[in-house]
Write a protein that binds this ligand. Structure first.
Ligand SMILES: *Cc1c(COP(=O)(O)O)cnc(C)c1O
Length: 481
């Protein structure tokens, strides 16, 4: 398949000389009546466009883009699955879309029931005892989890002593960031040569100063932490809590769970695992689940059910408080509920098994060309390195995009040089996997010089990344000047 991305010399909206004869219903006078006259602006310095000009403008821009609806999007750690359209359809139903968050409980029983059932689903999936749906992203879930650690330590008189949170060197950057934002000192432990947490290093890092250990399992290396039960015992024997970064749930649904592994606190990334499109940074939801002894610290309100009606439950007086307005990201919660309901436990497990199989297929094909620093069977993703080839991961990524295949995550995790972190997910077929592998292999055969010129088939050529990071012009008024 040859590929040439659509290219338009697209103008900015205010450069359009838009026609004004095209009529659409609604001229803004209704809004004028609602606003007190003193508050309504007479002029708004926005371009005035006909609907067809606006629609065509954004459609052309979308054709110059790549999306999860166009093809494989193997961005490791981000879990960029295809998002089924029924989930969007349900979220757009006016019964949900036009609900107001301040409606009284009796008038939104159906929506409260959905949130209550989602809490129950997440408890079952994770084998934990209680859930809050409030956090708005994975990182926000981590922060909420750290607030719970803090409150627990305060409540049990240990906060002055336990000031350290241990994080492995393969962790996502949000883990140490959340720990630091929660007021703890971060202690890093290295991985051993097989990508597992170095147990001796962990033993010597653990002490009466440890508040918690945060780990991701399977890790960002796509490897299952074999010693997780031993790790849980070491952490608990030291009097600390065990936090599970659930971004990689897609590898283990219905197969194992953080509850079984011995974790105390878990977050989910609903947008990664359960049907919400999250390109460009949002929207998301990062519910947090805990074991019984930590339930009283969860944010309030949670959604309760007394056998007859669903209600907002404010009953805990030890709660860390609210972490988001109203109920959290209801649209994301609703999509997750629909997805889990539709798939059922067998369907979710089948998805995980296929995601793992797809990853190992790519891993086997590509490890003949790229180095696999830790070896072993992979889970949801595989991290390979191009350092054996003399080519940079960045150049390979540019070549892939130039051939109509989205690039994997590169240069993460930080412990792998020239890392290509590939997560195919279950929403690709065998042809997609082969096309992706062929493109990676093609990049290595293209030759060093050719690789440096790429991309040549895209609307944008090679970007000066240093200038883009240092010299940002982010607002329209800055361009105008
Ligand atoms: C994505 C991710 C996070 C952060 O989640 P956000 O929803 O992006 O805030 C944390 N840890 C890991 C391993 C991740 O992949």
């Amino acid at each position: 398949m040859s590929y040439h991305q659509a290219t338009y010399d697209e103008r900015l909206l205010n450069e359009f000389r838009s026609g004004s004869t095209f009529k659409i219903p609604g001229d803004g006078s209704a809004a004028e009546k609602l606003l007190p006259s003193g508050m309504a602006r007479k002029e708004l310095p926005l371009p005035s466009l006909a609907e067809y000009d606006a629609v065509r403008h954004f459609t052309r821009l979308s054709q110059m883009n790549y999306s999860v609806d166009l093809g494989i999007y193997p961005l490791g750690s981000c879990t960029m699955k295809y998002n089924p359209k029924y989930a969007d359809k349900i979220v757009s139903m006016e019964q949900f879309a036009e609900m107001h968050p301040l409606q009284p409980d009796y008038s939104v029983q159906g929506s409260l029931r959905i949130m209550y059932e989602l809490q129950e689903y997440l408890k079952k999936i994770s084998d934990m005892d209680a859930v809050t749906l409030q956090p708005l992203a994975g990182a926000h879930g981590e922060f909420t989890g750290i607030l719970i650690v803090r409150k627990y330590l305060e409540d049990t008189g240990q906060l002055d002593m336990r000031r350290e949170i241990i994080v492995p060197d393969s962790a996502h950057g949000t883990n140490p960031a959340s720990a630091a934002m929660g007021g703890f000192n971060v202690v890093e432990v290295p991985s051993d040569s097989t990508g597992m947490v170095d147990i001796d290093a962990l033993r010597s890092a653990l002490s009466e100063k440890t508040a918690a250990l945060m780990i991701t399992n399977p890790s960002t290396l796509g490897l299952f932490e074999r010693n997780v039960v031993q790790i849980a015992k070491l952490v608990h024997d030291a009097g600390a809590l065990l936090y599970y970064d659930g971004a990689n749930f897609n590898a283990i649904l219905g197969i194992t769970s953080p509850g079984i592994m011995g974790f105390d606190i878990v977050h989910f990334n609903l947008h990664k695992t359960f049907a919400t499109p999250h390109g460009g940074g949002g929207p998301g939801a990062g519910p947090v689940a805990v074991k019984k002894r930590l339930e009283k610290y969860l944010p309030i309100p949670r959604i309760g059910f007394d056998g007859k009606r669903y209600f907002e439950d404010f009953s805990s007086d030890k709660s860390v408080g609210r972490v988001s307005p109203y109920y959290g990201a209801f649209g994301v919660l609703l999509r997750a509920w629909a997805y889990i309901t539709y798939h059922g436990s067998d369907g979710l497990e089948a998805n995980s098994r296929k995601a793992v199989l797809n990853t190992n297929y790519v891993s086997r094909r590509l490890s003949e060309y790229l180095s696999d620093p830790y070896g072993g069977v992979k889970k949801h993703e595989v991290v390979l390195s191009s350092s054996n080839t003399g080519e940079r991961a960045l150049d390979i990524a540019k070549y892939l995009i130039d051939n109509g295949v989205h690039a994997p995550t590169i240069y993460f995790p930080l412990i792998v040089k020239e890392a290509l972190m590939i997560e195919p997910t279950e929403t690709v077929n065998r042809d997609d996997l082969d096309a992706f592998c062929d493109a990676v292999i093609g990049s290595l055969k293209a030759g060093h010089e050719d690789l440096h010129q790429r991309p040549v088939n895209l609307s944008v050529g090679r970007i000066d990344e240093i200038k883009a990071a240092r010299d940002q012009i982010l607002t329209w008024s800055a361009i105008k000047k």
